[in-house]
Design a protein around this ligand. Structure first.
Ligand code: C2E
Ligand code: MG
Ligand code: MG
Ligand code: MG
Length: 283
């Protein structure tokens, strides 16, 4: 009896492993298919300026409109896309879609806020991302000042001359540069000092700790002080409660983003503003 179960378990385990391996190949080929068949869509999550209470920017977050699985979140495919290099093509499509969306919204005549685009390490290092962006901006007649780029600290590791030249070129065009997920990677304060970023997005782990321990506020406050003295604005990610917003205001944080304000939204006919997303909120 024991032996049989053991065998069954073994066989089950074995099948399970090969299924996992196969599914990685399957996902890769499905991703290739998705690129050709235009299955990626973008949702937009607003960021709010604490001083004005207005939407200051919106973050483009990719989703995979899978024919059978429904809307697939980036956590299920970005890592594999990065590993296989497919992120370069997906990233190009994201840039194209964001520019097309901005061009579409510009026809409403409203004053638009910039869109921030997440750039993965491979995308940043392996292709001339700046040229891709310049071409898309020209294609849709969108000013570079409506584009912000989110890069993580690990993407900038090494801080080569090539990297800083690329970043300066983008800034000279009018593109805003953000450090994403600050505090989670291999933070190097000297690197932060050398790279002249405009905005620091503090990872949601720090926001979550704000109300949990006294040290939570101490850390966040130190980050804000440092960023401000380096001339950067600070965005708190993952804001989910009113208490967090009140603490962040007291700490002089500049902007907030998170489910308390709004989840990522499917694009509508005009760019959302604060009255579309936060009518019930007072902060
Ligand atoms: P990220 O750039 O740090 O984006 C923030 C993520 O946190 C998003 O998840 C967002 O939906 C989620 N989030 C926002 N507010 C809250 C909150 O209050 N609480 C919690 N728990 N989560 C919140 P999403 O859309 O699933 O994206 C996950 C990650 O996938 C992104 O992290 C980014 O690293 C990557 N990603 C998304 N779109 C793209 C893309 O177009 N290109 C690349 N290269 N990466 C992307
Ligand atoms: Mg981001
Ligand atoms: Mg982030
Ligand atoms: Mg994050």
């Amino acid at each position: 009896w024991v032996k049989t179960t053991g065998k069954r378990n073994y066989r089950f385990f074995d099948t399970h492993i090969s299924e996992a391996v196969q599914s990685k190949h399957e996902i890769e080929s499905e991703l290739r298919h998705a690129i050709v068949h235009d299955q990626f869509i973008i949702h937009y999550q607003p960021r709010v300026d604490l001083a004005s209470g207005e939407v200051s920017s919106m973050e483009a977050l990719v989703r995979w409109a899978h024919p059978t699985k429904g809307l697939v979140e980036p956590a299920s495919f970005i890592a594999l896309a990065e590993e296989t290099g497919l992120i370069i093509q997906i990233g190009e499509q994201v840039i194209d879609k964001v520019c097309a969306q901005l061009a579409f919204w510009s026809h409403t005549g409203q004053r638009l806020v910039p869109i921030s685009i997440n750039i993965s390490p491979k995308q940043f290092h392996e292709v001339n991302m700046a040229d891709t962006l310049v071409a898309a901006l020209a294609r849709y007649q969108v000013p570079a000042s409506l584009i912000e780029l989110e890069l993580t600290e690990s993407t900038m590791m090494g801080n080569s001359l090539e990297i800083s030249e690329m970043l300066s070129r983008l800034q000279a065009m009018g593109v805003t540069l953000l450090v994403d997920d600050f505090g989670t990677g291999y933070s190097s304060l000297s690197q932060l000092q050398e790279l002249d970023f405009d905005v620091l997005k503090v990872d949601k782990a720090f926001t979550a700790r704000l109300e949990q321990t006294p040290a939570g506020k101490v850390f966040f406050s130190a980050i804000i002080t440092m960023a401000h003295s380096l001339g950067m604005r600070v965005v708190a990610e993952g804001v989910e409660t009113l208490e967090q917003i009140q603490s962040l205001k007291a700490l002089r944080c500049d902007e907030i983003q998170g489910f308390y304000i709004s989840k990522p939204l499917a694009p509508s006919t005009r760019q959302p503003n604060i009255s579309d997303i936060a009518v019930h909120h007072r902060f």
